[in-house]
Ligand binder design. Structure first.
Ligand SMILES: *Cc1c(COP(=O)(O)O)cnc(C)c1O
Length: 394
């Protein structure tokens, strides 16, 4: 039993540090009002920023997709799993981001996690050991894992520190240089200095891999994410957007020059050696894109902005700090793990579901409540939460 003893001891260590993770059971669609373990809750924790995850038109499109293509894809993309629905989605996504990228093609993945593994391992495969990766210190776990999978030489530059990155690029003699960053930091809500990163990449002939998981659909007048927000244009950009957050469905896509995509199709193992996502999801995503691009998407983004302003105006904190963020991710830093858990538990008892985020997801000593807003919240929903948080802190 010695093997299991080790695990039991380590689980006890997690408990002693207030680091044990538990899952709750959601019994209704993703929405502000959810049923969780039999209880009605007001949720501020999903990444469904536009409130599309239970949109009737997208549900109908998914049902239509199942009628047209069945349930499973049956195989990987390079065998027989690549359906007309996947191809149509990739074409639509390419058209959507085309104002910002040159000769663009896109590639649809089952998840953003896999897309990030594929991009970093795939780009590094061009020059093998002659590759150097420059990774922002607060990058998402999937980028960190992608960097490991790439086996490239890795340098981590401090959060938002363009000067340090410049010095690293200047010193590098690698044949292929790749700078990689989240656009919106998922646990902080702030934006990376993407225009400055891009200028450096152009100066040093490096790729800029941008993970726009929290920007795609939510940022930009038309929902084109960080590309539109900063009006970026460059052949050096390899863009990753996820489709399970603002787009409300699932999967992710990579957008880049058509030859980069062709290379990934041929070389990126996380793309090649996995069963293609159900085609019905791709079919449903066509409707999701229609909504994101259209008037309804604009109205949803505008409402989200109003909620962000309301939260930042009306929250009155004493010891805790609301992080500087203009996005739907609005974290309150508490610091201590146990105090953060207590705050989340107290809110939960009052019917508000806000997750406590602890290390290793965030740096030690910066445990926090991570409030996420959705266009599906009403101003009244948010006022209830603000009042509860204001009364919580002692
Ligand atoms: C959610 C997320 C991912 C992973 O995307 P999935 O589609 O959920 O696998 C990647 N990067 C960032 C920054 C994310 O927040």
């Amino acid at each position: 039993m010695i093997l299991l003893d080790q695990i039991q001891n380590e689980l006890a260590v997690l408990d002693s540090k207030s680091l044990r993770r538990r899952r709750r059971h959601v019994e209704s669609p993703s929405a502000p009002r959810v049923k969780v373990d039999g209880q009605a809750m007001l949720a501020f924790c999903s990444n469904d920023y536009l409130g599309l995850a239970a949109h009737p038109k997208i549900i109908a499109a998914l049902q239509e997709g199942a009628d047209l293509y069945g349930v499973g894809s049956g195989a990987s993309h390079l065998i027989s799993g690549h359906s007309r629905a996947h191809a149509s989605l990739e074409d639509r996504l390419a058209e959507f981001v085309s104002p910002h990228l040159v000769d663009v093609r896109t590639l649809y993945f089952c998840t953003g996690y896999m897309a990030n593994l594929a991009v970093l391992a795939g780009l590094a495969a061009v020059s093998g050991k002659e590759t150097e990766l420059f990774s922002e210190s607060l990058n998402h776990a999937s980028l960190i894992d992608g960097a490991k999978l790439s086996r490239a030489k890795l340098q981590v530059y401090p959060h938002g520190d363009v000067a340090s990155l410049r010095a690293m690029l200047l010193a590098s003699t690698a044949a292929t240089k790749i700078v990689v960053s989240d656009s919106v930091f998922s646990m902080d809500g702030n934006l990376a200095p993407v225009p400055e990163l891009l200028a450096l990449c152009e100066e040093f002939n490096a790729w800029l891999v941008i993970d726009d998981a929290h920007g795609f659909g939510a940022l930009g007048a038309n929902g084109r994410g960080v590309l539109e927000h900063f009006d970026l244009h460059s052949p050096n950009i390899v863009y990753m957007g996820t489709l399970g957050k603002s787009a409300g469905v699932g999967g992710a896509f990579v957008a880049a020059h058509k030859d980069v995509i062709e290379w990934l199709v041929n070389k990126a193992r996380p793309y090649i050696y996995t069963t293609a996502a159900p085609p019905a999801l791709a079919h449903a995503l066509l409707t999701s894109l229609d909504i994101i691009q259209g008037e309804e998407g604009q109205a949803r983004r505008a409402h989200l902005q109003i909620l962000i302003t309301q939260l930042r105006r009306d929250l009155k904190l004493k010891r805790w700090t609301l992080m500087p963020s203009d996005t739907a991710v609005q974290p309150i830093v508490i610091g201590d793990n146990a105090e953060s858990l207590q705050a989340a538990a107290s809110l939960y008892e009052q019917g508000f579901w806000v997750p406590a985020i602890r290390p290793p997801t965030v740096p030690v000593g910066t445990a926090r409540l991570r409030i996420t807003l959705s266009a599906a919240h009403t101003a009244e929903d948010l006022a209830l939460l603000i009042d509860a948080v204001n009364r919580l802190e002692v």
